[in-house]
Design a protein around this ligand. Structure first.
Ligand code: ADP
Length: 260
């Protein structure tokens, strides 16, 4: 492999009876799935079913003791012991989580080595913030702050990107612009993506495959390959028809049920 060449990431997840300390009830009962290199997988499930828990386990923020999560067949613990692998993982949270006392530029530089600082201007231009590098987060709109968090996640050129309802509570045009930005960045870089959402229309627009979870203690109730050509339209006829057909067949799917 050439220096700097992207390592494509395949993610394997096998979780059984994930419990939080002091709780006897499992949050995640059983989840087994693989995300292929460069695949965009959306995860949909009812509130509280454990979607954030799942992302936190994949990212290493939450304990994976006794569970199996691996990247390219490297066991979880080994890959995180290796600092380079940690660099390959980006996480965009529900809130932008910017440091309020740092400028936009400094928020991105925070996760880079000094010899990588020259990337920042290009990243800011890609997310449409070329002139806002010296602003503080409080001087930006909510949508602009999310763009900074996207630029920060892409600054390390992640091969695996985790997103937890990142466009929640944004106005529709801003969310649409940010989804397009995400598609462009992921396509340019061949990023492997796990995207948590409760919005089926968003999932159909973005994803190659959608995994539907049940209520907690959760299992996978259904998986759908979104076999629609790209580029897609958020409210395109084919996209809306695909969504309607799925819900006609499985009316309880968004509530985590397949048996209706
Ligand atoms: P979702 O993202 O699907 O809304 P979460 O993963 O945030 O669900 O939460 C799933 C369940 O796990 C909830 O009942 C929540 O209260 C519980 N939970 C989440 N984090 C913790 C924690 N750190 N300690 C104990 N329970 C937790």
């Amino acid at each position: 492999m050439l220096p700097g060449e992207a390592v494509l990431i395949e993610l394997n997840v096998a979780i059984k009876n994930k419990c939080y300390p002091k709780s006897e009830q499992a949050v995640l009962a059983q989840l087994d799935f693989t995300v292929k290199s460069g695949e965009f997988v959306a995860i949909i499930g009812p509130s509280g079913c454990g979607k954030s828990t799942l992302l936190n386990m994949i990212s290493g923020l939450e304990s994976c003791s006794g569970q199996h999560i691996s990247y390219n067949e490297t066991a979880y613990q080994e890959s995180f012991a290796n600092n380079e692998d940690r660099q390959q993982l980006g996480y965009i949270f529900q809130q932008p989580r910017l440091m309020p006392w740092l400028t936009v530029r400094e928020n991105i530089e925070l996760i880079l080595q000094p010899d990588q600082f020259d990337k920042v201007d290009d990243l800011l231009a890609q997310v449409g913030l070329a002139n806002e590098g010296e602003y503080f987060p409080s001087q930006l709109s909510g949508g602009m702050q999310r763009r900074v968090s996207i630029a920060r996640a892409f600054a390390i050129n992640p091969q695996l990107l985790l997103l937890d309802e990142p466009f929640n509570s944004l106005d529709a045009p801003t969310a649409a612009r940010l989804r397009q930005l995400l598609i462009n960045l992921c396509e340019q870089r061949g990023t492997t993506v796990v995207f948590v959402t409760h919005d089926l229309q968003e999932a159909v627009y973005l994803a190659d495959r959608i995994i539907f979870m049940s209520d907690s203690p959760s299992t996978i109730v259904h998986q759908s390959i979104v076999d629609l050509p790209r580029p897609r339209k958020e409210s395109g006829v084919a996209e809306l028809a695909w969504q309607a057909q799925l819900l006609l067949k499985y009316p309880g799917l968004l509530a985590g049920r397949i048996d209706e």
